[in-house]
Design a binder for this molecule. Structure first.
Ligand code: DAH
Length: 342
């Protein structure tokens, strides 16, 4: 029996345990219930009683030896598997993944630029709701009831009585400002507006405007002209010229359309300015005394000017974008062209 134990011990020491299959065979042969060591314990009964204690201790040692070899070999195999997995996960020859920056939307770029330019001459920023009522969108702005001027801007109404609507212009925010604050007022109001139009390269049912308002004592058309002249030069270049064309808006008197000299052809005539040398960027005028009065400002004391420009229009001119739909399609090939611009 003693000899047999020694022989098995030698076998255990010498066993090859270099893969999972060998390890499993070893476990079955030596450690398992039907293995050699287990059967040696069974044989213990036949050992003479005076030797039994010693042989029992030897057998226990043998059992521990087998278990220790098994544990050690198993750990080695697991570690080896881990390190090959780690090696294959890292291919150090691959190029790095570039850390690309997102881009600002061209409309946000233009809006931010407009905000910066006007903030330099003392204009602050105001906002108003996109869901509006008849008063703020039309009536307070001197649109007579049932007047065709209301049809100038095809409106999305939100209620049967036509009182709730999606604002058709940012002039609504002028009204809110004058109703809630006292002059002097000097603010620009960018935001989204809606009109019931079929979507095409030149029209959309949703677009952006920026409104401007200046109300104080003694504000004149000369102030309007200089303010917009300053804006045009900052936005489109110092040699930009500006021109006012008589026009009509219910909320301004007199009213004027704002044109700038075409900065593509410098006034020579090209297809952006349709050979005229001038491009339109918005509407403007002196705030109609009726509007001041509707908003609780005394027109005998105060006067003001206002203007409204299309942000898409300015972005299209500045970046020579030919289709309005590009702004809302989220085509990354378009958006990526503005990478790095702030
Ligand atoms: N609200 C006008 C529009 O949507 C634009 C406009 C024209 C705004 C003249 C003004 C203004 O403040 O004075 O077409």
């Amino acid at each position: 029996m003693v000899e047999k134990i020694q022989r098995v011990a030698q076998e255990i020491e010498a066993a090859q345990l270099s893969n999972a299959a060998e390890l499993e065979q070893f476990r079955i042969a030596y450690i398992g219930r039907k293995g050699i060591i287990s059967s040696l314990f069974d044989d213990l009964k036949q050992v003479a009683p005076e030797q039994r204690r010693q042989v029992g201790q030897d057998l226990n040692q043998l059992k521990n030896l087998a278990q220790a070899r098994f544990d050690q070999a198993q750990e080695q195999l697991v570690n080896a598997a881990d390190s090959t997995a780690a090696e294959s996960a890292f291919d150090f020859t691959l190029p790095t993944v570039p850390n690309t920056l997102g881009t600002r939307h061209p409309l946000a770029l233009v809006r931010n630029e407009i905000n910066r330019i006007f903030s330099r001459i003392g204009f602050n920023l105001s906002e108003g709701p996109e869901m509006e009522d008849d008063w703020h969108n039309f009536t307070a702005l001197n649109f007579p009831e049932n007047h065709p001027a209301r049809e100038m801007q095809d409106t999305f109404f939100l209620s049967q009585d036509r009182d709730k609507l999606l604002r058709t212009h940012t002039s609504t925010v002028q009204v809110r400002l004058m109703e809630t604050q006292k002059p002097p007022l000097r603010s620009i109001m960018p935001g989204r507006v809606y009109r019931n139009e079929a979507i095409s390269a030149r029209a959309h049912m949703m677009f952006h405007q920026v409104e401007g308002l200046f109300v104080d004592k003694g504000v004149s058309f000369a102030d309007l002209k200089q303010t917009l002249y300053f804006f045009a030069k900052e936005m489109f270049g110092q040699d930009t010229k500006i021109r006012f064309r008589p026009s009509f808006f219910p909320f301004t008197e007199p009213s004027a359309e704002i044109d700038i000299s075409c900065f593509i052809c410098k006034g020579e005539g090209c297809n952006i300015c349709k050979q005229s040398g001038w491009v339109e960027i918005g509407g403007s005028g002196m705030v109609d005394p009726n509007v001041l009065e509707n908003c609780g400002i005394d027109p005998q004391v105060y006067s003001g000017f206002a203007f409204g420009m299309g942000i898409e229009r300015i972005a299209m001119l500045k970046y020579q974008i030919k289709d309005l739909r590009l702004f809302t399609e989220n085509d990354v090939r378009f958006l990526r062209q503005f990478e790095g611009v702030i």
